[in-house]
Design a protein around this ligand. Structure first.
Ligand code: XMP
Length: 329
């Protein structure tokens, strides 16, 4: 694609001019497409003066840390530090039920970890990192301040956007936002010409607070997170096997904080209920629930109950947005 090749070269030049030949740049990778593409672009411009961090908050999906780290390192060759902060996040979330409270805690912990990362780096380098990369897209920019008319060359309104839970405000870092004039499909195109794997570029969106908004109630209760990860993996893998992944905007499982009676073998059980959610959408603002075939749902539900201890009931969410949101929280 010629246009994207031009965008790529132009952006690399802009970043080189901005950062110069001495300064260092930091970037928080969320595991999503935008931060990965933004970081890859900056890495092409300034090499290993880019320092990325990926935080495992204990709220990631099945094998997600291993999977995204492999993409960052093997496919994208990004210099990235992985911080396992599972204990730190989960201990703060213990007993917390209110979804907004969960979001605040997660945002705050993330800032602490990011701050530590920047300070460690400062010690190592003997000077402060000077720039921060963010994967802000054009819709984020217009959302924060709609430009007069709608000329897309308008680029002066920058929102302090946070893809990964908000960032320290007193760090005095200059922002690099190489994607801020692009739409999502253009970011994917840009990723493609930089050899970001197709499967990574097509991944369904995943919320910053992760599985904390998909375990209703206390996320640390019992083995809710583990059960949810396994159920979710069966659901997603079944969707992939059926060739449906790319026709769906987002699909996931939700762990409900209730139990219901069931019968397995000749035993009465009193076990967990999980919900399956799949929607089609253009932009996440509105969404339609996805209608699977009877056999698909039957197979998935059987597989979940047969292979995951502690689950005896599977329900499907058949509401659109509105009136529901996509996530349950
Ligand atoms: P709702 O649930 O509001 O979600 O219909 C709309 C879309 O946004 C995603 N979502 C988030 N993404 N950080 C994110 O990066 C968040 O805190 C967050 N909350 C919801 C959701 O998965 C859906 O795609």
């Amino acid at each position: 694609d010629w246009k994207m090749q031009d965008v790529l070269e132009e952006e690399i030049k802009v970043i080189k001019d901005m950062v110069g030949s001495e300064d260092h740049v930091i970037c928080a990778l969320s595991g999503g497409v935008d931060s990965a593409v933004a970081a890859t672009l900056v890495h092409k411009a300034i090499g290993d003066r880019l320092h990325c961090v990926f935080v495992d908050n204990g709220l990631l999906r099945y094998k997600e840390r291993e999977r995204v780290m492999e993409t960052f390192q093997r496919d994208l060759h990004l210099p990235v530090t992985c911080v396992d902060a599972t204990e730190q996040f989960l201990s703060k979330l213990k007993g917390v039920i209110d979804p907004e409270a969960k979001r605040k805690i997660i945002g705050r912990e993330f800032i602490c970890i990011f701050d530590d990362f920047a300070q460690d780096l400062e010690h190592k380098l003997g000077k402060k990192p000077f720039f921060l990369v963010q994967g802000t897209l054009y819709p984020d920019v217009i959302e924060s301040c709609p430009p007069p008319g709608s000329g897309r060359t308008h680029s002066h309104t920058i929102k302090s956007h946070h893809n990964v839970g908000g960032l320290p405000k007193d760090m005095k870092l200059k922002l690099i936002e190489p994607l801020k004039l692009l739409f999502k499909d253009e970011v994917r195109e840009l990723g493609k010409i930089m050899n970001v794997p197709e499967a990574f570029l097509k991944r369904h969106p995943f919320p910053g607070p992760g599985l904390a908004v998909r375990v209703l109630g206390d996320v640390t209760e019992g083995n809710a997170l583990d059960i949810l990860r396994q159920v979710d993996e069966i659901f997603i893998q079944s969707i992939r096997d059926a060739g449906l992944y790319d026709s769906i905007w987002q699909a996931f499982a939700v762990f409900l904080p209730i139990r219901s009676v069931g019968v397995q073998g000749d035993q009465r059980t009193h076990s967990h209920v999980v919900a399956l959610r799949a929607v089609t959408s253009q932009d996440g603002m509105t969404a339609d629930w996805y209608n699977f075939e009877h056999k698909f749902l039957d197979d998935v539900a059987r597989k979940i109950c047969n292979s995951i201890r502690g689950v005896n009931r599977v329900v499907q969410d058949i509401t659109s947005k509105p009136p529901s949101t996509i996530e349950w929280e």
